[in-house]
Design a protein around this ligand. Sequence first.
Ligand SMILES: [Mg+2]
Length: 128
Amino acid sequence: MVNDFLRTKKIMIVEDDVSSRLYLNKILEKTGASLLSACDGKEAIEIARANPDIDIILMDIQLPRIDGYGAAKVIRELRKDVIIIAQTAYSLLGDREKIISSGFDDYIVKPIFPQQLIEKLGKYSLEI
Ligand SMILES: [Mg+2]
């Protein structure tokens, strides 16, 4: 359903698994947000450079070429204000400190459920 906060936002989905990427796209397109997607960390950095108006990035951690940690670090240097949320596998949860120190604002554990994702993003409605 269209979401008052998200419908004016630009969100980039970074995910190498095609079905997961389409799944996230499907959830978020219903909110009215404009969406971009990247298949790996290097592409995510390029898209972030070319689109300085991105508001939120949903970043997978295990990615080809440059992983989510590396991509978040570079993007954080380019953009102090963008919200970067890690999508983590349960097995990576122990890396919470690494996630936060890499420049992420927050994380969400896979599998990602639609309502949980919308609520997570809604937390930032007062910040951006
Ligand atoms: Mg992955």
